[in-house]
Design a protein around this ligand. Sequence first.
Ligand SMILES: NC(=O)c1ccc[n+]([C@@H]2O[C@H](COP(=O)([O-])OP(=O)(O)OC[C@H]3O[C@@H](n4cnc5c(N)ncnc54)[C@H](O)[C@@H]3O)[C@@H](O)[C@H]2O)c1
Length: 344
Amino acid sequence: MHLSVGNDESALPESTGPTGKRSARKRACSVWSGGKAVKPYLSLPLRPCCGIRPTLDTWPGLAHNSPHPVKGEWETRRGGDAGTAGETRPQVQGESMRVAGKVAIISGAAHGMGAEEARLFAREGAKVVIADLLEDEGTRLAAEITAAGGEALFVRTDVTSEDDWRQVVQTTIARFGKLDILVNNAGLSSTSVADPMDTDGWRRIMDVNATGVFLGTKYAIPAMQRAGSGAIVNISSIMGFVGGEGGHPAYHASKGAVRIFTKATAVKYGPDGIRANSVHPGFMPPMRSSHPDPAAREEQVGLTPLRRLGQPMEVAYGVLFLASDEASFITGTELVIDGGFLAR
Ligand SMILES: NC(=O)c1ccc[n+]([C@@H]2O[C@H](COP(=O)([O-])OP(=O)(O)OC[C@H]3O[C@@H](n4cnc5c(N)ncnc54)[C@H](O)[C@@H]3O)[C@@H](O)[C@H]2O)c1
């Protein structure tokens, strides 16, 4: 397969898709428009049980694992990009939460998909430790989750640092008493380094994307072994399966390393009751470290059979599932969330 695009994102032209028609993404995004119900959304029937029309979270075509809304109860939720105002959605009530009582560390959770995972995990009953370099964003997110009734803590963490990992695990256990879940999500994008043969760039990307995952696992495992159980979810990428012409090849190498390291972890620590799985998002909103290329974005949408980009919450639900006890017999596997890209 030949790809001329980097995996990371830039601003996608909103008006037309590669066919010149109004793109599927545009149609899907209209569901998000300021929380206002628009056409595709309105065409869905009201739920007979609660009288509420499905939202993005509860829209069967997008996420069927979603909580059941209770009429009249609403909360404000922000989108994947921390700091932007988002839409309102029904609040969950009357259903057991999917990671209730669990303690989770999520690396790179101050921004993007990690932030969305932190919000979702907290809504589903987990105590969340946000481990990231970004102090302002991380602290704000912890405050947001706490204000919404959840439990969260920000710990400044560089995932390439053994000392930082030692400290974040110690702090988690000191504060919450245990560690059940580790989501290794922090990453640098393929376009964070301009020259594809830059050696320092190779080291930098491998250090964060691959060594960071190894270190997180290294320091989480002993706590999970003591508890006799644990779930590790490593965020790889579709680019952990295939090569591409855009960006630095270290991105592909690092994500491939994460994919196989996850299997090695699953095999080695399965007997201790520890599960490890990888998640492979497709083309998503831009990473902080990416350099936007509108032409590449258009091409990415064209390569995705669902003809739109993914949304952070669509990945967060997959991560939640693998981290939860619903996935208790699933380990060493790969969950691809890519709108069909790898099916081609
Ligand atoms: N956005 C995409 O298109 C896409 C597609 C497939 C996979 N992914 C992967 O998903 C994960 C999340 O991506 P995203 O789109 O949310 O990116 P993002 O840039 O929005 O978020 C990444 C987070 O990682 C943090 N981080 C970076 N280096 C760090 C370090 N050394 N220590 C601690 N934290 C660090 C950043 O501060 C940021 O908060 C990444 O692993 C990425 O490679 C992204």
